[in-house]
Design a protein around this ligand. Structure first.
Ligand code: ZN
Length: 166
């Protein structure tokens, strides 16, 4: 696999704007009363805590919401995650989880992920790609991936997760 391409300054600015927007005005920032699963994430490195609730039926994420306290990146990531996953199949949720891991660690860039997901997911991938800026700041990677780890625990019924380990 090719390494991710270096990021231009324009792209970096755009990514920062998306993160600031979601950090200030998080989407779906509430717990779902009729949830079918719930999990908490804890990132002691930064003090981020997030609770994810989802309503899953017929292998589909029908509703999803979160409550979080922490840095702008963790909140923005949770917000983007709920936006991206509402209405998606569990299979897609797992694929997006993997994609976000790759974006945040710099293993893949937006173009590579877009190719994998195709035209239907272009906008979703474009937004999630704003998290890829953290790949240059290893401590921040955990802030960005925390809500996603919590989500996977939620969907897999594991309750609590922590991203303390590398
Ligand atoms: Zn953080």
């Amino acid at each position: 696999m090719n390494a991710a391409a270096p990021m231009s300054d324009d792209l970096r600015t755009l990514y920062q704007e998306i993160i600031l927007d979601h950090g200030k005005n998080p989407r779906n920032a509430h717990l779902i009363a009729e949830h079918t699963c719930k999990a908490q994430g804890n990132n002691p490195m930064c003090g981020d805590r997030v609770t994810v609730t989802a309503k899953v039926a017929q292998d589909q994420v029908q509703d999803i919401g979160f409550e979080g306290k922490g840095c702008a990146i963790s909140i923005a990531s949770a917000s983007m995650m709920t936006d991206a996953l509402k209405g998606q199949s569990l299979e897609t949720a797992e694929k997006l989880f993997a994609a976000v891991q790759e974006l945040c660690t710099g293993k893949s860039d937006a173009t590579q992920i877009k190719t994998r997901f195709g035209a239907d997911f272009e906008t979703t991938v474009e937004r999630l790609a704003s998290l890829s800026g953290v790949s240059q700041f290893p401590v921040r990677v955990k802030c960005a991936t925390l809500p996603w780890h919590a989500l996977m625990s939620c969907l897999q019924g594991n309750g609590e997760t922590t991203t303390e380990k590398p």
